[in-house]
Design a protein around this ligand. Structure first.
Ligand SMILES: Cc1cc2nc3c(=O)[nH]c(=O)nc-3n(C[C@H](O)[C@H](O)[C@H](O)COP(=O)(O)OP(=O)(O)OC[C@H]3O[C@@H](n4cnc5c(N)ncnc54)[C@H](O)[C@@H]3O)c2cc1C
Length: 430
């Protein structure tokens, strides 16, 4: 009997459950294999849609679907919260006290936001003049606040890295520029983007391109801004080094943390609760029969749905290898692929991995059709199409034609000779 347990049924848990269900179809039918997924929330949320919801471009119906409908019928779904993981006995405990054992467990509990960790953020003014858009309730409240907003200082602040989809707050700033322009009140709104980074984005090449766009759209950039507290009634965001950014409407991307029960497991996670994970095999460092995937890991890749897709193939293989007692493959190369919505019907596209920064060129083939690191209408259409790809190809765990798990080098304009392909244990560019 082979018992595979998946902790969390968001993007990563669902993709892995569906892929493994196909791989072990026969064992599942004979009853020699079980695949169980646990998640307390009966609704699957398409998180990339939360970017568009505040601007009225998507409705709630566009972004939510029943969780169980996304899972292969051979997968057992338990709607409950995991309260404890015990690697010593290979068991987890659920909210109702049940104990489940496993041969292999995959931690896919994602990242949660912790707005209460910034002093004052959830105090007076929260969800009135201080908002987030990383939760459904937050995005809905922000949609109503934006509709009421008819001029003043809009501030977008990233409290701390890492965050999910590191480009999403920048996209929010670009879309806000387009939204206020469309409403004819752009001249009455100032937009400021305050980030703890020393540039607009985590990757230098991309940061330069995005800085140009921020300038062109009249969006002020406050770098190395480490938020220390918020004063809602006074409308002030204050950094640890006492810089003050005044606001009428604050859009915060709060501190991210891993699931609470993980932090209670000795030696499993870092300070933020993300699982110590081998960046190439995705095996948790704590125990060989534990893996982690998606936002739950501490690997230096973006926390993005596209990354989950690129991790899935190698992880599926490594789970089979652990069950069969074979050595693991160092399959994941840090591949990430993100459309960056820049407003007015355009978007950039970036494609990179642990070794290669976002470069200009073409995607997915050497000739295109999508340009890399350059604004285009086609990229915007690609971003909109991602929702259909997500529900119909990514979540079911299908491979995408022309887009392999490992980053393609063809089509990219390397400034000099491309770096050599890494071997196992090669150092990672951060
Ligand atoms: C605003 C926004 C925009 C984004 N845009 C993009 C984009 O354009 N492109 C892109 O690729 N990615 C984007 N992302 C990121 C993407 O949504 C995430 O990276 C992806 O969902 C990660 O999948 P995951 O399964 O690791 O985490 P999640 O999908 O968050 O799933 C985690 C699951 O674990 C469950 N869970 C948590 N605790 C427990 C527990 N104790 N017991 C059981 N279950 C538990 C949760 O209920 C949840 O269902 C965006 C995210 C946001 C917020």
């Amino acid at each position: 009997m082979r018992q595979i347990l998946i902790l969390g049924a968001g993007t990563a848990g669902t993709v892995m459950a569906n892929r493994l269900a196909r791989r072990y179809r026969r064992g599942l039918a004979r009853g020699t294999t079980t695949i169980t997924v646990v998640d307390p929330d009966p609704v699957h949320l398409y998180q990339p849609g939360l970017l568009f919801l505040p601007f009225g471009r998507y409705t709630t119906e566009h972004v939510v679907r029943p969780r169980s409908a996304q899972l292969d019928p051979a997968v057992r779904y338990i709607q409950d919260r995991i309260t404890r993981l015990d690697p010593a006995t290979d068991t987890v405990m659920l909210g109702d006290g049940r104990v489940l054992s496993y041969d292999v467990a995959v931690i896919a509990t994602g990242a949660r936001i912790a707005p209460e960790e910034l002093e004052g953020l959830t105090g007076p003014g929260w969800r009135e003049r201080m908002h987030d858009f990383y939760t459904l309730e937050g995005a809905q409240a922000l949609r109503d606040a934006l509709a009421r907003f008819d001029g003043g200082r809009l501030v977008i602040n990233v409290v701390e890295m890492p965050i999910k989809c590191p480009v999403a707050p920048l996209e929010f700033a670009f879309l806000a520029d387009a939204y206020f322009t469309r409403r004819g009140i752009r001249d009455r709104v100032t937009i400021t983007y305050a980030t703890p980074l020393d540039g607009a984005f985590t990757k230098a090449t991309c940061s330069r391109e995005l800085q140009y766009l921020l300038d062109a759209k009249g969006i002020a950039l406050e770098t190395e801004f480490n938020a220390g507290r918020v004063d809602g009634p006074a409308g002030e965001l204050v950094s640890w080094d006492e810089r003050t950014v005044p606001f009428d409407l604050l859009v915060s991307v709060p501190t991210h943390r891993g699931a609470e029960f993980l932090a209670a497991v000795p030696d499993l996670t870092n300070d933020l609760g993300f699982v110590h994970t081998d960046p190439r095999t995705l095996q948790a460092r704590r125990k060989p029969n534990l893996f982690a995937v998606g936002d739950a890991t501490d690997v230096p890749a973006s926390k993005a749905g596209s990354v989950v897709h690129f991790q899935a193939e190698g992880l599926e293989e490594n789970i089979a290898r652990v069950l069969d007692g074979r050595p693991l493959e160092a399959a994941f190369d840090g591949h990430a692929n993100c459309f960056i919505e820049t407003g007015h019907g355009k978007a950039l596209l970036i494609d990179f991995n642990y070794e290669v920064e976002p470069l200009p060129g073409h995607f997915p083939f050497a000739w295109g059709p999508l340009p890399l690191l350059r604004e285009s209408r086609l990229n915007h259409l690609g971003k909109l199409a991602f929702r259909h790809v997500y529900w119909n190809a990514l979540l079911p765990g299908f491979d995408l034609p022309g887009v392999p798990s490992r980053m393609k080098r063809e089509g990219k304009a390397f400034p000099s000779a491309p770096p050599p392909l890494p071997g196992p244990g090669a150092p990672l560019a951060r």
